[in-house]
Design a protein around this ligand. Structure first.
Ligand code: SF4
Ligand code: SF4
Length: 314
């Protein structure tokens, strides 16, 4: 497995990053033991980087996996906007994964220069924790070109976790080419880049070979987070990232597994899911949530805010 340095953070990470959202309660809802087994399987095949979030609920899975996979570089992220919320989120991460150190801690879902300025106190706190040796690097995750463009203005940001894929699915304020230009400028400023959603949240599964080839061969990306739900998927992705001659054949069984999001009948039309969705994929029609599957990136974040537990990503 190719190992890369994540920009000026100096973190050494595998090109394939294990994205744990898919095993989380927001999606497949795997038991910690089952999730940990997959993480260890990937580790044994050379994967050395994993991504999680305060929101995902996968700290227990990771904590278990670390017993047999101690050298994983761990990236997590949270919605913090000031010193207090950042401190609380960092402490949850320490307790959750059972370490007193986080390799990479990011602000989740940043959008623009203005949201970065609005969260500057949290960034400064994280930079201070980095100086004290409690964090390896500070970063931001985003679906917005505007955030990637603005990030180099903030010297405390070492890493960006942007959404980018072959067709630009899910990018909120521009095209794939716009995002590539912004990433190039950020890289030139020394910022490490690890991409999210190379398969467009599932929309590109039917063309996964081309979509993964784009991500693997892009010189702009130090690492790429891929959600994996089975040993078969891990083996296929590892083979592909390692450039196996028959890597396309490994991916073939996965081509027919399409993602879906469902809203159960007992939806009360409160609109909380609509307000939560940054992709603007939800509208309330006739008193029920209606999801535009073509805009949805299957993140499951809307499911988390539904008081009736009506939303399920499968
Ligand atoms: S949050 Fe739940 S109950 Fe409210 S509109 Fe959305 S799906 Fe329906
Ligand atoms: S509808 Fe839900 S799962 Fe789809 S993009 Fe919006 S928040 Fe994510």
């Amino acid at each position: 497995m190719q190992m890369n340095t994540l920009g000026r953070s100096g973190l050494k990470v595998s090109k394939l990053c294990f994205g744990t959202l898919t095993m989380s309660p927001l999606q497949r809802d795997m038991a910690p033991e089952d999730g940990a087994k997959l993480l260890v399987h990937a580790y044994e095949r050379g994967v050395r980087f994993l991504d999680t979030a305060d929101l995902y609920g996968t700290y227990p899975h990771i904590r278990l996996a670390l017993k047999d996979a101690p050298d994983y570089v761990i990236s997590t992220k949270a919605y913090c906007y000031d010193r207090k919320t950042a401190q609380e989120a960092l402490e949850r991460a320490y307790r959750g994964i059972g370490r007193d150190y986080v390799d990479l801690f990011m602000l989740h879902e940043q959008e623009s220069l203005y949201t970065l300025r609005g969260h500057e106190e949290a960034l400064e706190y994280l930079a201070e924790q980095k100086r004290l040796g409690h964090i390896g690097a500070v970063g931001v995750s985003t679906h917005f070109v505007g955030c990637v463009k603005a990030a180099p203005r903030f010297p405390m940001i070492d890493v960006i976790h942007p959404l980018i894929n072959l067709e630009g699915i899910g990018i909120q304020d521009g095209t794939r080419q716009d995002m590539e230009q912004a990433i190039l400028a950020a890289r030139s400023a020394g910022i490490g880049i690890f991409a999210m959603k190379p398969l467009g949240g599932g929309h590109l599964i039917a063309s996964s070979r081309d979509a993964l080839q784009y991500a693997v061969s892009s010189p702009l990306l130090d690492s790429v987070a891929v959600g994996m739900q089975s040993e078969q998927e891990i083996d296929a992705n590892v083979a592909f990232f390692e450039g196996a001659q028959d890597a396309g054949a490994y991916l073939e069984p996965l081509r027919h597994r399409q993602r879906r999001i469902m809203v159960h009948d007992w939806c009360e039309g409160c609109g909380r899911c609509r307000d939560r969705c940054r992709q603007k994929a939800i509208s309330i029609i006739d008193g029920r949530a209606n999801i535009d599957q073509s805009r949805c990136v299957f993140c499951g974040y809307c499911a988390r805010v539904c008081p009736q537990f009506c939303i399920k990503v499968v």
